[in-house]
Write a new protein. Structure first.
Length: 247
């Protein structure tokens, strides 16, 4: 039987939230009243070796069992292909074992939501390698997240052509493309260095509204948001195309 949740910061629902979309591994417990705990770490240890340990630690520190939770939230991407697969696979396994509902959140939305009531447009960018970024443009001036440009994977030079008014850039792509952002003049504003990755607490905050609306994913079919195909998929396509030519 689940223990009654009476702590003032433990109003239902209680969500375990995970982000593995960048080098930073982030795990949080979010309640209807706020964040109970959050662990974030950039480490040489891979996500696959530390994620379950991080989850076990935060659950123990918050004195929670699986029957205390109401749902699980995972950052679906875009971002690191390996990190996203590890995060989603782990959380899907927990969902299937516990029967808890699954909520998926965009990494770019989680990043933008960390600047609520911002008077400028927000452009979160994550380094996609290959001279490209994962990016989108949002507004939060009204207190809600509004999408102005859907997520894309694109060269930074091309993304810059879509910026025609003061816009704040955040995410781990900012240190990589600082020069290009500064070339936008007054339209290119560098965000705080602390806003470099999607925090699990931000994933959870967005997930609360999805939980209330009943917008759950099917754990069996849920998949990451890659935006572009992986190198393995690209190589397989080339191999198939070459095989067709040789027939």
């Amino acid at each position: 039987m689940a223990r009654p949740v009476t702590h003032p910061l433990r109003a239902k629902p209680l969500l375990l939230c995970v982000d593995n979309s960048t080098m930073y591994g982030s795990v949080a417990i979010i309640s209807g009243d706020g964040c109970l705990s959050e662990h974030t770490l950039i480490s040489r240890i891979t996500h696959s070796k530390r994620l379950l340990t991080s989850i076990a630690t935060i659950m123990q520190e918050c004195e929670l069992g699986w029957d205390d939770l109401d749902g699980l939230a995972i950052c679906l991407g875009p971002g690191s292909f390996t990190g996203l697969r590890i995060g989603l696979t782990t959380i899907k396994g927990i969902c299937m074992a516990t029967g808890l509902p699954l909520i998926g959140i965009s990494s770019l939305e989680a990043l933008a939501s960390q600047l609520p009531h911002c008077t400028m447009n927000i452009c979160p960018i994550l380094d996609a390698r290959k001279q490209e970024v994962y990016g989108a443009i949002y507004q939060t001036s009204t207190g809600t997240l509004k999408t102005l440009m859907e997520p894309v994977v694109i060269p930074m030079e091309e993304l810059a052509t879509a910026i025609n008014e003061p816009t704040i850039f955040i995410g781990d792509g900012v240190p990589v493309y600082t020069e290009q952002i500064q070339q936008l003049g007054e339209n290119g504003v560098l965000g705080s260095p602390q806003l470099i990755f999607p925090r699990a607490s931000a994933v959870g905050t967005l997930a609360l509204s999805q939980f209330a609306a009943g917008n759950f994913l099917d754990p069996a079919s849920a998949s990451p948001i890659y935006i572009r195909p992986s190198d393995a998929e690209v190589n397989l396509k080339k191999t198939q195309e070459q095989a067709v030519k040789e027939i």
